[in-house]
Design a protein around this ligand. Structure first.
Ligand code: FMN
Length: 199
C-alpha cells in the first residue's frame, strides 16, 4: 500500500487553479499532525474576510484543536454515523454557525446560510493554500454541538475537519474503499449554460 497521500484532481480539460482543481474531501488524516496558532489564525481570518450580503457577516466560527476538551466532546457527541469514526483523526474542527437574529429580530435564514457557506468555503481555500486538507460535514448532531459550545441565537451549519492528509497504509478496508472512490460530478450540460437560456 502506498505511503503517499492519494491525489484526486478534478477530471476536466479546463484550466483550473490547483486550489480549485486539486481540492477534495479526504477522510484519512495524519494523526501526528497539529495545527499551530498561526495556521489557525489564518483560517479564522480567511473566514472573517469573506463577503456577505450587505456586509452583515451573520456568522461565527469556532476552531477547536485536537486534544482539547471541546474537540473531544464534539468528537464524542457531535458527529453522526461514519463521520464519528474518521473525523477525530483530523487536527482541528472549524464549526460554522449562522446567526438567527439581526438587531434582536429573526433573520432571513436563506441569505444567512448562503453567507455562512461562502465564509466556510473561504476558510477551506485558505486551508488548501497552506497545504492542508478539509472535509465538510453536515452529518452532525447540531443540538449536541450547540450545547457543548453553549451557543445562543445561533445554529450550527456544518463542521469542517481540517488537517494534513494521511496515507492509506494501515487503514481499514472500508476507509480505503471510500478514500479511493473516484470523484464524480454531473455532466457539464446539467450544471452550466454558457451564452444560452435554460431548457
Ligand atoms: C455542506 C456539506 C456537507 C457534507 N457532509 C458530509 C458528511 O457529513 N460526511 C462526509 O463524509 N462528507 C460530507 N460532505 C462531503 C461531500 O460528500 C463531498 O464534498 C462530495 O462528495 C464531493 O467530493 P469532493 O469534496 O471530494 O469533491 C459534505 C460536503 C458539504 C459541502
Amino acid at each position: 500500500m502506498t505511503s503517499e497521500p492519494i491525489q484526486k484532481p478534478a477530471d476536466t480539460s479546463a484550466n483550473l487553479h490547483p486550489l480549485v482543481g486539486e481540492r477534495w474531501s479526504p477522510r484519512i488524516f495524519d494523526t501526528s499532525y497539529a495545527l499551530d496558532q498561526n495556521q489557525t489564525l489564518s483560517l479564522a481570518e480567511a473566514f472573517r474576510w469573506s463577503p456577505s450580503s450587505s456586509n452583515e457577516q451573520p456568522w461565527h466560527v469556532v476552531l477547536l484543536h485536537k486534544e482539547t476538551a471541546l474537540f473531544e466532546e464534539v468528537s464524542a457527541t457531535g458527529l453522526g454515523g461514519f463521520n464519528a469514526s474518521w473525523a477525530p483523526n483530523s487536527s482541528a474542527y472549524a464549526i460554522v454557525l449562522a446567526d438567527q437574529k439581526l438587531d434582536g429580530n429573526p433573520r432571513d435564514m436563506d441569505k444567512t446560510y448562503f453567507d455562512a457557506g461562502l465564509a466556510a468555503s473561504q476558510l477551506v481555500t485558505q486551508a488548501e493554500a497552506m497545504g492542508l486538507r478539509a472535509h465538510y460535514m453536515g452529518g452532525i448532531n447540531r443540538d449536541e454541538i450547540l450545547k457543548t459550545l453553549q451557543g445562543r441565537d445561533r445554529e450550527v451549519v456544518c463542521v469542517i475537519a481540517i488537517g494534513k492528509q494521511g496515507s492509506l497504509a494501515g487503514q481499514t478496508d472500508e476507509l480505503i474503499a471510500r478514500e479511493t472512490t473516484p470523484r464524480e460530478r454531473k455532466d457539464p450540460a446539467a450544471v452550466y449554460t454558457i451564452d444560452g437560456v435554460l431548457s
